[in-house]
Design a protein around this ligand. Structure first.
Ligand SMILES: *[C@@H]1O[C@H](CO)[C@@H](O)[C@H](O)[C@H]1NC(C)=O
Ligand SMILES: *[C@@H]1O[C@H](CO)[C@@H](O)[C@H](O)[C@H]1NC(C)=O
Ligand SMILES: *[C@@H]1O[C@H](CO)[C@@H](O)[C@H](O)[C@H]1NC(C)=O
Length: 429
């Protein structure tokens, strides 16, 4: 019974991929005849034929909600994924963006040159570093907003825990608002241009990518999240899904009343995410992905059962969003095995797949000489970008940020001069 169901789903998925495939070759053929004609027809095809994928996936979701253990592998062919309409949503503050930005541009954005970038981040003294996104292939929208305190309702205070987040419930609400706001930007862009995306990739400004985001991460029947770092729920440091599934997964703030209504309490970010997908019958799929979350936070070392391991940035493995920093590892080989066995699988446990994992002693601030460690791991080009951000002056910053603004379809942010002044003048006064 289960196997049959699985089989059916797999066939549907194949079909959905073939629909796209057919469409792609048709577009290609028509392009040969006339480039002009192609522009018109691509438009028509996008609007009229793109619905099957999201339709199929939403049907599958409702039919599969009763046996969530089934796992059908259904990633689409890479050339097909790259030819579809894709939105990449990047959220968060730019604190260390001089280190993470170039890796995101190279491994996420340039790897999917057809994708539209949506940036949603707070206005602060680091926001000027977003100018590094100027080399992104396509920029749909940039929203940099002045963060305000979000009023906390009794319901929210009950559903959410204040424990794990550095800024308590308020920190969680800010984060959920950032994520859901990105969905708002995407929807607005879609209705302005009269089409819908097939895929939405949601990722973080503080993600450091060591290898390309490859197309095996695009899977139809479910929502893809990184493995490990579950913290009592599901790792929410990245998510990939089709349009319908992503709409559900990104609605983190507006789903809270639903979670409250079914009696959830005291959730952290990860357990709220898990509860939200379960409540809306979206199946999560875990995958190991080549990025880590660059963090300045301090953590106990060595981590205990419910501790947080901090990986050295230059291990080269697929860290799936685990915390990392540029450090000379204090723990490798047998030492890592020992720490790793102790970690609780449902908490800070870190998925390992390849590379030589090293752990940092992250009890204090980043060590002296971390720049050298970073440059060694990231390579000369990334090192040059890092130095460029460090050395940029007001005029250079404005010039770069104006370039970003010009390239963006929508600029919902203060003037570049203001963002640069906040980071380069006001912050040192
Ligand atoms: C927490 O709040 C402080 C000040 O209110 C702010 O500087 C910091 O960025 C916040 N941290 C997070 C993770 O939101
Ligand atoms: C948007 O697309 C629909 C069909 O999908 C069409 O009926 C409508 O006229 C289009 N609107 C604009 C403004 O192009
Ligand atoms: C970790 O680093 C701190 C200083 O930042 C030091 O006091 C401590 O002994 C170190 N722990 C281990 C296990 O090396």
């Amino acid at each position: 019974m289960k196997i049959n169901d699985d089989q059916t789903r797999y066939n549907i998925t194949e079909e959905a991929c073939q629909i796209s495939n057919f469409k792609t070759s048709r577009i290609f053929f028509l392009c040969l005849i006339s480039i002009l004609l192609c522009a018109v027809i691509t438009n028509v095809i996008h609007v009229n034929v793109f619905h099957p994928v999201s339709y199929i996936s939403s049907t599958m979701r409702s039919s599969s909600s009763h046996h969530p253990s089934i796992s059908a592998s259904s990633s689409c062919d890479s050339t097909i994924v790259k030819a579809t309409k894709m939105a990449i949503c990047l959220v968060g503050g730019a604190r260390r963006f001089e280190l993470t930005g170039p890796s995101i541009v190279k491994h996420v954005l340039q790897e999917n040159p057809n994708a539209d970038l949506f940036l949603h981040g707070p206005l602060d003294q680091n926001a000027y570093k977003f100018f590094l996104l100027k080399t992104a292939p396509r920029i749909a929208a940039v929203r940099i907003f002045d963060p305000h305190r979000i009023a906390e309702t009794k319901m929210q205070l009950r559903v959410l825990s204040s424990g794990d987040s550095p800024n308590g419930t308020q920190g969680l609400l800010q984060y959920f608002n950032l994520v859901e706001g990105c969905l708002g930007l995407i929807s607005a862009h879609e209705s302005r241009h009269n089409f819908t995306y097939e895929w939405i990739v949601r990722t973080r400004v503080d993600g450091y990518w060591s290898a390309p985001l490859d197309t095996s991460a695009f899977q139809l029947n479910g929502y893809l999240v990184p493995a490990g770092s579950r913290f009592g729920g599901l790792n929410d440091r990245l998510g990939i899904g089709d349009r319908a599934t992503s709409a559900v997964a990104l609605s983190r703030l507006s789903v809270l009343p639903v979670l409250a209504a079914i009696g959830h309490q005291n959730l952290n970010s990860e357990s709220a995410f898990k509860a939200q997908l379960a409540a809306t019958h979206v199946r999560a799929k875990e995958a190991t992905l080549p990025f880590c979350t660059l963090s300045d936070r301090h953590y106990m070392y060595p981590p205990g059962r419910f501790g947080v391991p901090v990986a050295a940035i230059d291990g080269g493995g697929r860290l799936s969003g685990a915390k990392c920093r540029p450090c000379e590892a204090v723990c490798t080989g047998k030492c890592v095995e020992k720490v790793w066995r102790l970690l609780d699988k449902g908490w800070g446990w870190l998925e390992r797949s390849e590379g030589s994992l090293g752990l940092c002693n992250a009890t204090g601030p980043w060590e002296e000489g971390w720049e050298k460690v970073f440059d060694r791991a990231a390579g000369e080009k990334a090192a040059a970008e890092r130095r460029k951000v460090e050395a940029v002056d007001l005029a250079g910053c404005e010039r770069e940020l104006e370039g970003l603004k010009k390239k963006a379809n929508l600029w919902d942010a203060p003037a570049p001069a203001e963002i640069c002044r906040l980071g380069l003048v006001d912050s040192v006064l």
